[in-house]
Design a binder for this molecule. Structure first.
Ligand SMILES: *Cc1c(COP(=O)(O)O)cnc(C)c1O
Length: 353
């Protein structure tokens, strides 16, 4: 069997959830959108079901998958609904719904609903992507109350740069949120992962941890005690020696400076390993630090075994996980851990609990 697989450590997921909740000091919605950042939404939600205060997903279908799997905890739709039919479904499945723009507000006003909703009213405090601004926030809050279709309103906002502790923009967003929501009744939710760890001033009634649940620290360099949840691994399936001057792989990008033992690994960009990483990107080979050489191709990639004489066919290769932080590979690829984790596919998933 092809040895490429993603090992998912559900105990680590629970550890990270507890850490988020403790650091934040109030309730926390576990963000499991995008198939739990590539980890498997149903398996992750089940692993957290005993203790998570609720879950957050991007849109209705993601929530329905969890409901169908028996998840009964609250589930928030972070993008809200797209039409009146979805709104009716959201009511039927007791989902919590974000309202972030005028059309969604009108939908609530004009659609007959079987039961009142718990609405999360989104404030644009400076990210300028979604949400109501300034005096529109109070106006939207009033209209929701007046609609008679709302049993509870949570006021929320989202930070653009909470992972950069030095910049002033998060403090400005906080002020903007406070000004726009002053005097409005309702619980508050501000903190994503980075704000849970780095912005105690943003802690309110509900946190929304995403990436930190999966153990990829949004502020690497601090000792936050997160445990990586996914280990992406495979094995060496063939070994060859190339001579100094020989080129390796597509484009001949890597040219050997000395006699080089090359390990061929069953993992490629079709599995979600990024093609954009350079020669020298870290891997772990039988637990030893190693490096990628040559371009990653669709199904295979190549690693340097020259200084690892004991390694050979069958040697275990970790692409990221406990030994190789996914953040290091993301940096090498010019992206963020979120994107790498979400993109893992085709490999076998194996869950440990
Ligand atoms: C995805 C998302 C989160 C989680 O963000 P992380 O950086 O992964 O913690 C929180 N809130 C909203 C609105 C989101 O869309």
């Amino acid at each position: 069997m092809r040895p490429a697989r993603a090992l998912i450590d559900l105990a680590a997921l629970r550890h990270n959830y507890r850490l988020a909740r403790t650091r934040h000091g109030a309730s926390a919605l576990a963000v499991v959108k995008a198939n739990a950042y590539g980890h498997g939404a149903v398996r992750c939600a089940r692993a957290l079901a005993g203790e998570a205060d609720g879950f957050a997903v991007a849109f209705l279908d993601e929530a329905l998958e969890l409901r169908a799997a028996g998840i009964t905890a609250p589930i928030l739709l972070l993008e809200g609904v797209f039409d009146a039919l979805e709104l009716a479904d959201a009511v039927r499945h007791e989902l919590w719904v974000v309202v972030h723009h005028e059309a969604q507000l009108r939908m609530i006003e004009t659609t007959p609903l079987a039961m009142p909703l718990h609405i999360w009213l989104k404030v644009n405090s400076g990210m300028n992507r979604a949400g109501f601004v300034g005096a529109d926030v109070a106006a939207a809050w009033q209209r929701l109350q007046a609609s008679g279709k709302v049993r509870e309103i949570t006021l929320m906002t989202h930070f653009a740069r909470a992972d950069e502790p030095q910049v002033v923009s998060t403090a400005e967003q906080l002020e903007c949120f406070e000004a726009a929501t002053q005097g409005l009744a309702g619980t508050r939710s501000l903190a994503n992962s980075a704000a849970i760890l780095g912005w105690p001033r943003a802690h309110r009634d509900w946190a929304r941890p995403g990436i930190l649940l999966y153990g990829a620290d949004p502020m690497p360099g601090e000792a936050n005690g997160l445990q990586p949840v996914m280990t992406l691994e495979s094995a060496v399936m063939a070994v060859r020696e190339i001579e100094a001057g020989d080129a390796l792989g597509y484009g001949g990008r890597f040219v050997a400076e000395r006699r080089t033992r090359v390990g061929l690994v069953a993992m490629g960009y079709a599995d979600g390993y990024p093609r954009s990483v350079p020669d020298g990107t870290p891997v772990a080979i039988d637990g030893q630090p190693g490096r990628l050489i040559g371009r990653a191709s669709m199904d295979m990639l190549t690693v340097d075994l020259t200084d690892l004489p004991a390694a050979g066919i069958g040697s275990r290769v970790e692409l990221w996980g406990r030994q190789v932080p996914v953040n290091r590979v993301a940096t090498a690829a010019g992206t963020i851990a979120y994107e790498l984790l979400c993109n893992v596919k085709r490999v076998r998933f194996s869950y440990q609990d």
